[in-house]
Write a protein that binds this ligand. Structure first.
Ligand SMILES: [Zn+2]
Length: 449
């Protein structure tokens, strides 16, 4: 198989030993990393293709562990609403979703994927309905993804049957895809998914040997519900039902009682922290530091961009780090190095992909990004054994420093230009779809009274 040599000024592998090379090289064979090391070790060797990434830092791609890609259609509409309460979500989002049409989805997803690629994300975990319209665009984008078919039940048994049937068809259709994995996406256990829905969703996840991506503990609603109806907390009830044995992606995880942390640490459970969305909605702050000390895997996500409003995971890392220092009243309560791990290997672990992606190591997939060292925001300390690079990546560099993105050994962005998606075209069609969406909502309001 042809080999490709990539040379960069600095390579951060983000492996467990925190190995760095400056200057460094990577050798790719097909979609995998075959070698990584210091350029001095190359000693005149030659490869089928050789690419010098001048004034670039090369690192693993970021993993956005909680998104709802079609919701870029609603960007700018949720300013006055908390999307962390049922009321706010219903007013701010659900009323728009009621007039959403299937043919609006593809362009929204294309814009979302383009923004993720542009800002250095190589893998993401999505949760939404219309998954049959989302999947072809994600496939075209070249990104790696865990796609969860979203299920909102809200007491409607017919909707439950319809959505579960559609979820099963979707999971069947995506089986064996090299980059995309189907997940089950209950919107929120106990809040808008009934015990019957939960039972069927778990059976679906068991049948397809996959995970569940859902919202948990955004405001304590399910905790109160479970105490009232089952005489125990939500985590105990999930354990009783056998939910915890599946891989779980629990978006937000803000109000989980600390006595449940040891239980969750025993299972393949990930708390996905979406700090910007949390702050925008005026929600409480997750006990990230206590959870990770208890042994719970942590990943970071942007959540929907009506709430965030950005897909930039560098921005998300910065917000998370600052929010945790503020919460704990302690500088670097969660050090930059650990924040970077959460946005890379933490996300990979969440998706069961830790042997495939999340760090630059021999045998892993070539999922990587480069950032321009010519742009502003880098620390003057060139000592790569120190923390200056990590501090810059978390606190002063943005996604707009990203110049190149590769997933599975294929370039998705080269020197800032998209190679798999036509952003301008998709954005223009998205704008037109939004005009239609507004008209449909206005008409609905007129007919409704
Ligand atoms: Zn969400």
């Amino acid at each position: 198989m042809p080999t490709t040599l990539l040379c960069a000024d600095t390579i951060l592998t983000l492996d467990t030993q925190d190995t760095r090379y400056a200057p460094g090289y990577l050798v790719l064979e097909g979609d995998r990393i075959r070698e990584v090391g210091p350029q001095a070790a190359l000693a005149g060797r030659h490869f089928d293709a050789e690419i010098t990434l001048k004034n670039r830092l090369l690192m693993p791609g970021l993993i956005n562990a909680h998104t709802h890609t079609p919701m870029v259609l609603f960007r700018g509409l949720a300013e006055p609403y908390s999307l962390f309460t049922f009321e706010g979500w219903y007013e701010g989002i659900r009323s728009w979703e009621a007039v959403l049409e299937a043919d609006m989805i593809a362009d929204a997803v294309a814009v979302s994927c383009a923004e993720m690629i542009r800002t250095g994300t190589t893998c993401f975990a999505d949760q939404y309905f219309y998954m049959d319209h989302i999947t072809p665009v994600v496939e075209q984008s070249g990104l790696r993804a865990a796609l969860a078919y979203g299920i909102v039940e809200m007491g409607d048994a017919a909707a439950r049957e319809r959505e579960l049937g559609a979820a099963a068809t979707f999971l069947e259709s995506i089986q064996g895809h090299p980059r995309l994995k189907g997940w089950v996406g209950p919107h929120a256990f106990f809040v808008d998914n009934s015990p019957k829905a939960i039972e069927l969703e778990l059976a679906l996840a068991d049948r397809f040997e996959t995970g569940l991506h859902f919202h948990l503990a955004t405001s304590g609603e399910e905790e109160r519900h479970c105490r009232e109806h089952f005489g125990c907390g939500a985590v105990q009830q999930m354990e009783r039902l056998g939910i915890l044995k599946r891989r779980l992606l629990a978006a937000h995880s803000i109000t989980i009682p600390s006595e449940d942390f040891p239980t969750l640490a025993r299972y393949p459970f990930t708390a996905v922290i979406a700090a910007s969305a949390c702050m925008r909605s005026g929600a409480e702050i997750a006990a990230l530091d206590a959870m990770r000390r208890a042994g719970i895997n942590i990943a970071l996500g942007t959540d929907n961009v009506a709430n965030n409003n950005s897909y930039d995971m560098f921005n998300e890392m910065q917000t998370t780090a600052k929010l945790m220092s503020l919460r704990e009243k302690c500088p670097a309560a969660v050090p930059a190095r650990d924040i970077l791990r959460m946005a890379t290997l933490g996300g990979a672990r969440a998706l069961g992909l830790e042997n495939e992606t999340g760090s630059l190591e021999v045998g892993k997939k070539a999922d990587l990004i480069t950032l321009s060292l010519d742009d502003i925001g880098w620390a003057p300390d060139a000592d790569l054994s120190g923390t200056a690079v990590e501090t810059a990546l978390v606190y002063s560099v943005s996604g707009m420093h990203v110049r190149d993105v590769m997933v599975d050994g294929a370039w998705l962005l080269r020197d800032g230009a998209w190679l798999t998606l036509d952003y301008a075209e998709s954005r223009s069609r998205l704008n037109a779809a939004f005009v239609r969406l507004k008209a449909r909502r206005k008409e609905g309001q007129r007919l409704g009274g």
